[in-house]
Design a protein around this ligand. Structure first.
Ligand SMILES: [Zn+2]
Length: 420
């Protein structure tokens, strides 16, 4: 009998250790780290939890959200056209009244909603096209405040374009100096195509100068002539920054003709960028100027995945001027991806789960910080499900969330009584 003792032992886990490995094991946790994984641990612990064969998975990763605008839907008015551009106008008005407290309170409320549903890693954009950088300062403060239970990356996001306003370039530089993790851009919303190309070049220069990751809102439009993805790919190839670069949305890629898309796919292979699709938002905001047939407005998720490129999925918005719905549940996002991207094959459904877990972790550059393995930080979730397919099909509830070795959330199973 071993005298080994842990802080916490999870018994009878159905552990999703890697995308294709399900194991029946116990997990021993000590001092915030995973210390042992074995079919049966001969050890004691201060606390033992019986997982009863439920699915134990690495946490969900939210790779694309805007926490600064979250929970503002209807303020100061509702988005009646449902378009991206009316959303930007409404946000332009709402952000006049931002205060540090306002942003912090909504961001933390949203992060709690996410954590309750198994999200422990989040990348949020912070709009920096507002003179006081209120949204950015608030999210940087939140990043520190929540670091004991959730990891937040902050992107400097020039919502109105880097060159859309004379002061925006300086605001981006200021944001970098204040300590953002990631440099953002929005080339398709710059005033001209030339400004768009110039903005991509500037983003890469800043990323190199300040040693930051890149995440560009790229071609989030149905215009089949919006072709900044090729510009981002070209800079990634020339700089060799590939895996540190993410192209978010790329919805125009869904409208490109196949001859061009085929050529581009070869460049993307060389560039090895990360991609983020936001299926809830893309299916809702895009295609608004179409009559019929209406486009789905989502990037080529299946084809990028088939090419072996890293694709993750984001929620993008939770109750804001662009999307009045949303709860932060990543299984809702994966479920929508299965439908909108027609990822209904068995392996494809599983892949959509991977896009909100391992592939999101790759986008965020989490490296060894992510995954349920001996020696890694003890971040994991327990789902009322038997496997990835089951989790997505039923949008399974999260029973336990373990963050940095400690129980963060425990959810009682809901009770249903059948009366006949
Ligand atoms: Zn976005």
């Amino acid at each position: 009998m071993s005298s080994q003792s842990y802080d916490l032992i999870l018994r009878h886990c159905r552990l999703l250790r890697s995308p294709d490995a399900l194991e029946s094991v116990d997990v021993g946790i000590q001092a915030g780290k995973i210390m042992a994984i074995a079919p049966h641990l001969e050890a004691t612990a201060q606390q033992e939890l019986d997982m009863q064969g439920q699915l134990v998975s690495p946490p969900f990763v939210e790779s694309h959200i805007h926490l600064d605008s979250a929970l503002t839907a209807g303020e100061p008015r509702w988005n009646e056209s449902g378009t991206l551009f009316e959303g930007i106008e409404i946000w332009r008005d709402r952000k006049q009244s931002l205060t540090l407290e306002d942003v912090k309170q909504r961001a933390i409320a949203t992060l709690k909603q996410q954590a309750m549903q198994g999200v422990l890693f989040v990348r949020s954009h912070a709009d920096v096209s507002e003179t006081n950088l209120t949204a950015l300062q608030a999210l940087l403060a939140v990043r520190e405040e929540v670091q004991d239970w959730i990891t937040l990356q902050v992107v400097a996001f020039p919502q109105d374009g880097i060159y859309g306003n004379p002061q925006n370039q300086a605001l981006m530089e200021e944001a970098l100096k204040l300590g953002v993790d990631v440099v953002g851009g929005i080339p398709h919303y710059e005033l001209t195509r030339e400004d768009g190309v110039r903005s991509v070049q500037q983003v890469f220069e800043w990323a190199q100068q300040y040693d930051r990751l890149i995440d560009i809102h790229c071609d989030e439009i149905d215009d089949d002539q919006s072709r900044f993805l090729e510009v981002v790919a070209a800079y990634a190839i020339r700089t060799g920054l590939g895996s540190r670069v993410t192209a978010s949305h790329t919805t125009a890629f869904g409208s490109y003709n196949n001859a061009y898309a085929y050529k581009l796919m070869g460049f993307l292979q060389r560039a090895q960028l990360n991609f983020i699709a936001n299926p809830l938002i893309n299916i809702t905001l895009q295609g608004r100027t179409d009559t019929y047939p209406k486009r789905r407005g989502v990037t080529r998720v299946k084809e990028l995945w088939q090419q072996g490129l890293n694709v993750s999925l984001g929620h993008d918005c939770v109750q804001d001027p662009w999307y009045s719905l949303g709860t932060g549940n990543m299984l809702d996002v994966a479920f929508m991806a299965v439908h909108v991207c027609q990822m209904t094959g068995m392996g494809e459904i599983d892949a959509c789960y991977d896009m909100v877990t391992w592939q999101g972790a790759k986008t965020l550059g989490l490296g060894d910080q992510y995954g349920v393995e001996v020696g890694k930080p003890a971040n994991l979730i327990v789902l009322a499900a038997s496997d990835r397919y089951d989790a997505i099909r039923r949008r399974a509830s999260v029973r336990y969330v373990i963050s940095q070795g400690r129980l963060l959330v425990e959810m009682e199973p809901t009770k249903m009584i059948w009366h006949r």
